[in-house]
Design a protein around this ligand. Sequence first.
Ligand code: Z5A
Length: 214
Amino acid sequence: MARGRFITLEGPEGAGKSTHLALLAERLRAEGIAVRTTREPGGTKLGEAVRGLLQYDAAGEAPVPRAELLLFLASRAQLVQELILPALRRGEWVLCDRFCDSTFAYQGYGRGMDLAALHALNAFATDRLEPDLTLLLDIPQAESRARVAGRDGPADRFERERDDFHRRLAEGFRAMARECGRIRRIDSSGTPEQTAEAVWAAVSPFLQKEREDA
Ligand code: Z5A
């Protein structure tokens, strides 16, 4: 059986990753593809526990930047081994809401940690698994802030970061999209329908190839 495809969705807060992950999964299933959806941090029991530590200081204190990095990587290592690799081996497509590029954007460009070290640590955590395709949903910073401000519930630790942190990570995402062929930048500032069509235009060649190879 052919290995499934691994697609990640990335971008700043409120860019529409969760929305478009669900829409894409629905559309692929309608095409007869077995799809597994998941998210980072999270997706496993351990990962969901780590999510609480990272976003809302569930341990009673905020992690220092190196601890923050290692917690994201611990969640990723568990997710890769427990969920992503087994699903891909069964021929399922895996759609993941954030993955390694969030580490490079937030901890690298945002917090200023060394990118080469992050790549090496990430490769260890994932056993070198890389997405086949990454959809970078991009919106202007003001739009991201407005969408987050319009949501119910308390802001998480990342949403409370200063504007220059968010500017650096957004520029980091764009730099990665320019440099890395697997990352497709998609304008997500229009209507959800427009974004969904752009997402499908990026994904459908993979489906076509799958059918040609079958
Ligand atoms: N993080 C990190 O630092 N390092 C790492 O390695 C990883 C993560 C993996 C995880 O939070 C946090 O961890 C994250 C980075 C950090 N920082 N924060 N915050 P998350 O991924 O759970 O949080 P998030 O990015 O804020 O996700 P979100 O709030 O769920 O945003 P979203 O999934 O991109 O958006 P959405 O839920 O689909 O909502 C979009 C809203 O916009 C919705 O109300 C729509 O009606 C509206 N809207 C308007 N136009 C559109 C279009 N065109 N498309 C979609 N939605 C639209």
